[in-house]
Design a protein around this ligand. Structure first.
Ligand code: IMP
Length: 422
């Protein structure tokens, strides 16, 4: 089995957790490489629902090694809570989960600053998850962040924490936010540090040794291509590289050892938070919300929904080098008389085949649709390409052609086995 990078080909929430879970069966090691607990990967095993924010979902499989790589920003309190939740469900982490020494930690001031910055933006707000992700990455880029290796050494942590609290209390006081108390934060966070310390490792070397032993490594992306800090719909993006390159920088694993990139997209489109989404559509939003679908795993917010945007998927294929596409939530389209596929954008008389990077253009783009007949048949019980209704196959073939990639996996329901290969 190969070393695989899995990426979201849309705006996040593509159903990556489930596809990761399917691919994990054939992997030895699963690595998170960017983002933080802004992500929420939902996995159903039987009727048990697991929502993971920081821990790779590979942890649900016995004997798989899971790594939180250097590119991740780790909320220590959130991570301890997640680990304790797993332990209470009889999922073991000792000897299976490792945290990079050089990942950065998310601290309480990051969350406060996230909320403060959003409130100051008014109607231009990004709609962040308020988990402190942007401010944590800002401090990392500013070279003033706290890394896991410093966090787990009490004396080093004490000194860094004192300086940081002093620095940020000035901003807090100026903005009418209650100031932070050193002892309170130190006591709380040093307890988390003690619990996490046994899991901290040199994960770069660990991955290198695994590669030398021919182990299969799966890099699980969080968020999606159009939330990428460089290639997404800036400024309505997250603060990390969600595209395939981020898997290498976020883990220390070199690009020439990656064998395959798998993209994940929904049969339709969704987005949480602000920012352009040309194929957004009220009919499909109301329909999916009415079915109780498309509410955020992390924030519970209703997601914005629209028809599948093949312009976006085509662009994601280009940016990530997607070799294969896993398509999820096909069953969400089961009841429509007609289904639409956005195949181009139009703005000022110009047609776009790829997502324009000028947001002032993108915001005004209108979708150009190809209309196809719906299949009006439940697909959740289907387990093979040949058993799909003809109109569903026709829709998928059009989607595949317009996206300029190959469909490899189709998912027709939330459970692990509601999936088949093409
Ligand atoms: P942040 O990552 O919390 O800073 O949020 C920035 C933007 O990315 C907001 O629009 C969020 O809704 C979006 N976002 C962050 N994480 C996810 C995710 O896991 N799924 C979908 N959207 C996300």
């Amino acid at each position: 089995m190969a070393n695989i990078v899995l990426v979201g080909a849309q705006w996040g929430d593509e159903g990556k957790g489930k596809i990761i879970d399917v691919l994990t069966e054939k992997s030895d090691i699963i690595v998170r490489t960017q983002g933080g607990n802004n992500a929420g990967h939902t996995v159903f095993i039987g009727t048990t629902k697991y929502v993971l924010h920081l821990v790779p979902s590979g942890i649900l499989h016995k004997s798989k090694i899971c790594i939180i790589g250097n590119g991740v920003v780790v909320d220590p309190i959130g991570l301890v809570k997640e680990i304790e939740g797993l332990l209470s469900m009889n999922v073991q982490v000792a000897g299976q989960l490792f945290i990079s020494q050089t990942a950065h930690v998310v601290m309480p001031w990051h969350k406060e600053l996230d909320a403060l910055k959003e409130s100051k933006k008014g109607s231009n707000k990004i709609g962040t998850t308020k988990n402190g992700i942007g401010p944590a990455y800002s401090e990392k880029a500013d070279r003033t962040g706290i890394r896991v290796i410093d966090f787990i050494h009490p004396e080093r942590f004490k000194t860094l924490l004192k300086n940081k609290i002093e620095e940020h209390n000035e901003t807090f006081a100026a903005n009418g936010i209650p100031t932070m108390d050193f002892d309170e934060i130190y006591n709380l966070y040093s307890k988390a540090a003690e619990k996490l310390k046994p899991l901290v490792a040199d994960t770069v070397t660990l991955l290198h040794e695994a590669w030398k032993q021919n182990k299969s490594i799966l890099f699980e992306g969080a968020q999606g291509t159009f939330l990428d800090i460089d290639h997404g719909t800036y400024p309505f993006v997250t603060s990390s590289n969600t595209t395939s390159g981020g898997a290498c920088t976020g883990s220390g694993f070199p690009p020439n050892r990656i064998d395959k990139v798998v993209g994940v997209a929904k049969a339709y489109s969704t987005r949480v938070g602000s920012g352009p989404m040309p194929s957004e559509n009220e009919e499909i939003s109301n329909h999916l919300h009415g079915l109780g679908r498309e509410f955020g795993a992390t924030t519970g917010r209703p997601r914005r929904c629209g028809w599948h945007d093949a312009v976006a998927t085509r662009t994601a294929v280009m940016l990530n080098g997607i070799d294969e596409l896993a398509l999820t939530n096909l069953d969400g389209l089961d009841t429509f008389d007609t289904v639409k596929l956005c195949v181009a954008y139009e703005c000022d008389g110009i047609q776009y085949r790829y997502v324009p990077s000028d947001i002032t253009v993108l915001e005004r783009c209108k979708p150009v649709y190809k209309e196809l007949p719906g299949w009006k048949t439940p697909t959740t019980a289907i387990r093979s390409w040949d058993d799909l209704p003809e109109n569903a196959r026709n829709y998928l073939k059009n989607l595949e052609k317009e996206s300029e990639t190959h469909l490899s996996i189709i998912s027709v329901g939330p459970a692990r086995d509601e999936t088949f290969s093409v």
